[in-house]
Design a protein around this ligand. Structure first.
Ligand SMILES: *Cc1c(COP(=O)(O)O)cnc(C)c1O
Length: 460
């Protein structure tokens, strides 16, 4: 029988081999036979299989179907690249298997989240008293933040939503940029507010909120409990809302302001892009991802809240068998998230921040932005290619003539295996959507990707 050490060493070696080869494998496995993968996974076995065999079988079966998301030329969906220290810390997280509910279930997990959360606030320039929850990602962060918002604005109207629910309570308005991310809508569904409650606000040519229209929408409805959702980093263009003006307008109406900054909030951690987030610290809650631009492995995001009491009131619970909330003066991580038993997500985040340091995070953001500009300059210089957005961050939207041709080019690029970019529809146009968000991407990778795109535009 193999020891656990042999087993983990083998698993680590196979993961490392994948990482080492990931730059040169096809970025997307277009030719993989998924039925063969399914067959290789076998049927439910009658009895046990030795652990070492299980791992070999798993790797052999799924390797051909892996996407090179940790490689240097994956530009889809703002996927981050997984830093080395964060990856290794994530392996340890599984090895230690700590339920990060509170300081009683794991003192280590509770302290690490406390420290890493403090570092995140510092880097992102959020107010000192801000509370935070380590959630599963942007969806989790938006949902937790909006639950805190729901608690707060209804409490101000004398309504205890946790106890009484929404039925019979005061009406609650939700006002949001009409180019918000779809996870805002899903959060509203989950919170019982419904997407029908949304009052959309117009956006400008770059997809940032039109503050005059925000004022108009706010003035057009009754005063009372109101949540305004803003965006740091438009999901397509990367554009930023004007936080100073929009937050002042929303606060004039007594609204709670939530900012979805799944990737764009990281602009605040880089001196050269920080101006894009000016005024953002005046918001009431903020959502961002760890697994996107911070390059922590999936799955981690962060919900920040300027009103810790609202945050904890919306999320925490207690039960007779539970002890340890607030033990030793430590915050209980479970009081700020949706889950009770949960992965100790703080270790990988701490490792990423420790590996990069303050300047490393800034450089990562800056390098990705510079590489996005390089894409835009090189692609924009090609015949019959247009850049549809102002490239202010890491997002580049590219058109290749008409919609049909653009789709054909994107599909050809995706099949090339050289790089992978997604497709989107923005302001009525089909576009290639390039997101540069991995620590591994270099200028040479951009040049090689541009060459692949150029090749895809020929004879099409
Ligand atoms: C990716 C993204 C989300 C959702 O984040 P997940 O981590 O996928 O749940 C929300 N908002 C924006 C702007 C995003 O880019």
């Amino acid at each position: 029988m193999d020891s656990l050490l042999d087993l983990l060493t083998n698993a680590a070696a196979r993961a490392a081999a994948h990482r080492e080869g990931v730059a040169e494998r096809p970025v997307f496995p277009s030719d993989v036979d998924l039925d063969a993968v399914r067959t290789a996974l076998g049927s439910l076995a009658e009895g046990p299989t030795p652990a070492a065999e299980v791992i070999d079988e798993l790797v052999d079966a799924v390797e051909p179907a892996l996407v090179a998301t940790t490689g240097p030329r994956y530009f889809g969906f703002v996927v981050g690249g997984a830093l080395d220290a964060a990856t290794a810390a994530d392996v340890l997280t599984s090895g230690w298997d700590q339920p990060a509910f509170n300081a009683f279930t794991s003192p280590a997990a509770a302290v690490v989240e406390d420290v890493a959360g403090g570092w995140l606030k510092e880097l992102l320039g959020l107010p000192v008293g801000t509370s935070f929850g380590f959630v599963t990602g942007g969806q989790g962060a938006n949902t937790v933040s909006l639950a805190a918002a729901r608690h707060h604005v209804l409490a101000e109207a004398g309504w205890d939503v946790e106890q009484r629910g929404l039925l019979g309570g005061p009406p609650l308005r939700v006002v949001a940029n009409n180019e918000r991310h779809a996870t805002i809508d899903r959060a509203l569904r989950l919170l019982g507010l419904g997407t029908g409650a949304l009052e959309p606000v117009a956006t400008d040519a770059q997809g940032a909120i039109d503050v005059a229209d925000l004022a108009h929408v706010l003035a057009g409805g009754p005063d009372g409990p109101t949540i305004v959702c803003l965006q740091a980093g438009n999901v397509n263009s990367g554009a930023f809302d004007d936080f100073t003006a929009a937050i002042a307008e929303a606060h004039d109406h007594g609204a709670w302001v939530h900012v979805d900054g799944a990737f764009g909030l990281w602009a605040a951690a880089n001196p050269a892009t920080r101006h894009l987030t000016a005024g953002i610290e005046a918001a009431d809650s903020w959502a961002t991802d760890g697994h996107k631009w911070l390059n922590v492995p999936y799955d981690v995001g962060y919900a920040f809240c300027a009103h810790p009491h609202a945050h904890a009131s919306s999320m925490s619970y207690s039960a007779a068998y539970l002890t340890g909330q607030g033990q030793g003066g430590l915050r209980a991580p479970g009081d700020y998230v949706l889950e009770s038993s949960r992965r100790a997500r703080g270790f990988a985040t701490w490792a990423a921040l420790r590996q990069l340091g303050r300047t490393g995070v800034a450089e990562l953001v800056e390098r990705c932005c510079a590489l996005a500009r390089r894409f835009s300059e090189q692609l924009g210089a090609l015949d019959n290619v247009t850049i549809a957005n102002d490239v202010v961050l890491n997002q580049v939207l590219v058109g290749f003539g008409d919609d049909e041709r653009t789709d054909r080019v994107i599909e050809k690029v995706q099949r090339s295996g050289e790089c992978w970019m997604g497709a989107t529809t923005w302001h009525g146009q089909r576009l290639m959507r390039i997101s540069v968000s991995s620590w591994r991407t270099t200028e040479a990778d951009v040049d090689r990707s541009v060459a692949a795109i150029l090749a895809a535009t020929e004879n099409i």
